[in-house]
Design a protein around this ligand. Structure first.
Ligand SMILES: NC(=O)c1ccc[n+]([C@@H]2O[C@H](COP(=O)([O-])OP(=O)(O)OC[C@H]3O[C@@H](n4cnc5c(N)ncnc54)[C@H](OP(=O)(O)O)[C@@H]3O)[C@@H](O)[C@H]2O)c1
Length: 343
């Protein structure tokens, strides 16, 4: 079918988000599909990821921050996130054949016109979208590049049921951790983390002082911290650190999912003497700086999946009309694993 006769629907921000996600801040609009330039392809999207970071970037005072892959959104902008789709038309100078599957950063729309340079070819006709769009590779990069895990380490993963955390707990174990502790909000999620993801122990946000909970969950101390939360959880993990402990900081959900207002400021008081005396390392990390880890992730994932040693937790919503509801549910903490929309 000629591209000009197709209709595209995309989700746009119509007014800045204030506080929690309100579906009325977004609208689905019909748009024409532009003719691709010589180095562009038209992609029919099949899946896209929904990330909680969208809430932060849709606020009025959102600022572009170095290292954050999402630009701030203004009314009229189309939302964006990782997507997988099929190339249906190519510009005159493109190499990808029509019919190829590609991953690219322009989800939240049914059709995307993308520079070929921004597409990653998927060498598989029926890919598992969670393997590509999920945050297994982020967790893998954090544990193999951000911090050097050692056989026998005790690992603490904050937000251990989330998109990154649900993978980090499992991957830490597969890389040789002897004890894996995670954090979450509810007893139900904690039970799921232990039954399905293999966590040895789980601490909860409203289960009492974090330092006391962690002391019980990891009585011999923590060697590796994979932190997505910051705040009290990071401070407590530092206090429980063992000699030579290493921490990789990926996010600050206390600030990002703050009920009143998402924020890019995540101050926390850490006992620096403890860091000094224990010879600890704390490192901020973005998986985007280790793109080479992606191929290694797919390679190891293949083996772990074949042997039935890994789950890829996800929730998939069908249809672009359910995408903002998916974002609302993700930001409200009602989902587990990565959140996708299938088109
Ligand atoms: N560095 C990188 O390469 C990289 C890449 C992608 C994302 N990130 C960042 O990493 C962090 C985690 O991303 P993600 O996509 O995996 O998110 P996520 O963990 O799936 O985030 C959603 C979860 O956060 C938890 N949560 C909600 N409100 C919270 C609060 N006030 N305090 C603490 N936790 C709260 C809830 O889980 P529970 O109910 O289980 O508590 C909720 O289900 C984010 O800050 C994100 O921006 C970093």
């Amino acid at each position: 079918m000629p591209v000009g006769s197709l209709h595209n629907r995309e989700v746009k921000l119509i007014r800045h988000v204030r506080g929690e996600i309100n579906p009325e801040d977004f609208a689905i609009m019909e748009t024409a599909i532009p003719v691709p330039g010589p180095y562009e392809v038209v992609v029919r999207n099949r899946w896209f990821r929904v990330s909680i970071s969208t809430r932060l970037m849709a606020q009025e005072d959102a600022k572009a921050a170095e290292g954050i892959p999402f630009p701030p959104l203004n009314p009229g902008d189309t939302l964006a996130d990782g997507a997988i789709g099929e190339v249906i038309q190519t510009g005159s100078a493109c190499c990808f054949p029509v019919g190829s599957l590609v991953m690219h950063p322009f989800g939240w729309r049914e059709y995307a016109v993308v520079r070929e340079h921004d597409c990653k070819l998927i060498d598989c006709s029926e890919p598992d979208p969670v393997a590509y769009l999920g945050h297994g590779w982020t967790a893998y990069a954090a544990l193999t590049r951000g911090v050097q895990m050692k056989e026998g380490d005790t690992v603490f993963v904050s937000s251990g049921a989330g998109a990154i955390g649900s993978m980090a707990g499992q991957i830490a174990r597969l890389l040789g951790a002897s004890r894996v502790v995670g954090s979450t909000s509810s007893f139900n999620k904690a039970r799921w983390m232990q039954d399905e993801l293999g966590y040895d122990a789980v601490v909860t946000r409203d289960g009492g002082p974090m330092i006391e909970q962690l002391a019980k969950a990891a009585p011999e101390g923590i060697d590796v911290i994979v932190d997505m939360v910051g705040g009290e959880q990071l401070a407590a993990a530092v206090m429980m650190a063992r000699e030579g402990a290493r921490g990789v900081l990926l996010g600050a959900l206390t600030a990002e999912l703050n009920a009143e207002k998402a924020s890019l400021q995540a101050p926390v008081i850490l006992d620096t003497f403890h860091i000094i005396f224990k010879g600890m390392t704390l490192r901020g990390f973005s998986a985007d700086h280790s793109p080479d880890a992606f191929e290694f992730w797919l390679r190891d994932l293949k083996t772990w999946k074949r042997d039935g040693r890994i789950h890829l937790p996800s929730v998939t919503f069908k249809g672009i009309e359910n995408a903002t509801f998916a974002l609302q549910e993700a930001c409200a903490g009602r989902l587990k694993g990565v959140v996708l929309v299938e088109l």
